[in-house]
Write a protein that binds this ligand. Structure first.
Ligand code: ADP
Ligand code: MG
Length: 451
């Protein structure tokens, strides 16, 4: 068969498969040869080959025989000398407009230049997630698929995902690494549906080497998007391509996600980012001070300010960063040392908002756990020291860490009088000074309550 006769067959296919399919799938086929009844076509990707074979193989075969060719089979192959993966091969479909910072016509979102492994501070709460991310970023054999990262807001999920993407791109520039949020995935899916261009969508997403979908909880309750995600997911796993997914909660805790997807999401490695602890927060602050100093100018920060911030802003790293940023702006504006006083003044709103509400009940539970007594004995009437001392400690902490009045605290301790509470609080204040064991216990309890 000559190229010309293929050209004629192709025109007939236009009527058989329709314009859209023709442009996307038939036109890009390059006729290679016809030998022993096998017609071979060259395709840019194996995904495309499989797709055309499955969907249009019979049509092509039919049209070829109609044209008098002796063909019993059609085959599609990716040229051996094809450009390395990720290099822009001739795509059959019109590329989706995007910018992914890494080149190539893959529908990704831009990566934040600040989110690298270098700038990620590792501590107990995130060491597992960090180790898993590092492992995946090494590339090579896919060991766990998918990697599922979850944790609360601002704990570094997006940071880690971007870090993986940067690292992979650095190590293998040819790799098609696509990062996007689940929301963007849905948006593109809906757009493809509207444009009746699902083929392009599927082709694009199935031709990536590493797919990262951030905040996957977003597709909960969105059935069609989930279905499509599920298929994309399976297609990539079948090709042994790495998938990395993040979410605000564990796979089983995301309401409104299909069971099949939940079980798929759990089939790799599931790791969570725990809430930060004091040490990690302090580490992050110190790292940011270095970073900001290099970026802007050196700032004189009084001893204790960073510790104070790490202690008081415990919710979310993003808030912590914002606070420090503001201190820098303010400090460089007024051109003087950032003192504790300036800090409290400048961050009053943030400090107030991040005052976590600790309840008396929480304190009672923690303290009775700590001293290994029953909650009922802490609240009950027994006056033996084994119960009385922990009870006084709990009263003291309640006074320190909550805004409850003495009578309110008394009521929560089995209806005791406010003078009893006051006595308890004074007793502990006194003991703290001379008994280092009690001081240590208190410090430990306070930390764990404020964590
Ligand atoms: P998430 O996606 O989990 O909501 P992000 O990854 O967006 O959180 O993190 C919020 C902010 O906190 C980012 O600016 C990020 O760089 C920073 N951050 C979080 N964890 C760390 C960490 N361990 N080290 C350095 N910066 C961190
Ligand atoms: Mg995020």
């Amino acid at each position: 068969m000559t190229d010309q006769s293929w050209g004629e067959v192709r025109e007939n296919l236009l009527t058989t498969v329709g314009k859209n399919n023709y442009v996307n799938w038939i036109e890009p086929l390059e006729f290679s040869d016809l030998e022993g009844g096998v017609a071979t076509f060259l395709v840019p990707t194996s995904f495309m080959g499989n797709w055309v074979s499955r969907n249009f193989g019979d049509h092509i075969l039919q049209e070829l025989s109609n044209a008098g060719q002796k063909v019993s089979r059609v085959e599609f192959s990716v040229p051996k000398a094809a450009a390395p993966v990720g290099k822009k091969t001739q795509t059959p479909a019109k590329p989706v407009k995007q910018s992914n910072g890494g080149g190539g016509d893959v529908p990704g979102a831009p990566l934040d230049a600040r989110f690298t492994f270098d700038s990620f501070v590792v501590g107990k709460p995130n060491e597992l997630a960090h180790a898993a991310a590092r492992r995946v970023a090494e590339g090579g054999t896919v060991t766990f698929n998918p990697l599922f990262l979850y944790g609360g807001v601002g704990l570094g999920k997006t940071h880690l995902m971007h870090a993986i993407a940067w690292e992979l791109r650095k190590r293998s520039p040819g790799l098609r690494v696509v990062y996007l949020s689940a929301e963007q995935f849905m948006y593109r899916f809906v757009q493809a549906l509207r444009d009746k261009d699902m083929m392009t969508f599927k082709q694009l997403f199935r031709s990536v080497d590493v797919l990262m979908v951030d905040d996957v909880q977003f597709i909960a309750g969105k059935d069609a998007t989930q279905e499509e995600f599920f298929h994309t997911f399976n297609a990539l796993v079948d090709q042994n391509k790495q998938i990395i997914v993040s979410s605000d909660s564990a796979p089983t805790d995301i309401d409104g996600i299909d069971d099949r997807i939940v079980s798929r999401l759990q089939s790799g490695l599931v790791v969570d980012l725990h809430p930060t602890n004091y040490e990690l927060r302090l580490g992050i602050l110190q790292q940011k001070v270095d970073q900001f100093s290099a970026q802007f100018s050196n700032l004189d920060i009084q001893d204790g300010v960073l510790e104070f911030l790490a202690h008081r802003i415990s919710s979310n790293v993003r808030v912590l960063e914002g606070a420090l940023m503001r201190l820098f702006a303010f400090g460089s504006l007024v051109g003087r040392e950032v003192t504790m006083e300036l800090t409290e003044d400048c961050l009053a709103d943030i400090l107030r908002a991040s005052d976590r509400k600790i309840t008396v009940e929480e304190i009672q539970r923690k303290v009775s756990d700590h001293f290994n007594i029953r909650l009922s004995d802490m609240i009950g009437p027994k006056r033996v020291r084994t119960f009385a001392r922990p009870r006084q400690i709990a009263m003291y902490l309640a006074k320190q860490l909550t805004s409850r009045s003495l009578p309110e605290i008394g009521r929560r301790f089995g209806g005791r009088d406010h003078t009893t509470v006051m006595h308890g609080v004074r007793k502990i204040e006194e003991l703290m000074q001379k008994d280092s064991q009690i001081a240590d216990d208190l410090e430990l309890l306070r930390r764990s309550l404020e964590a």
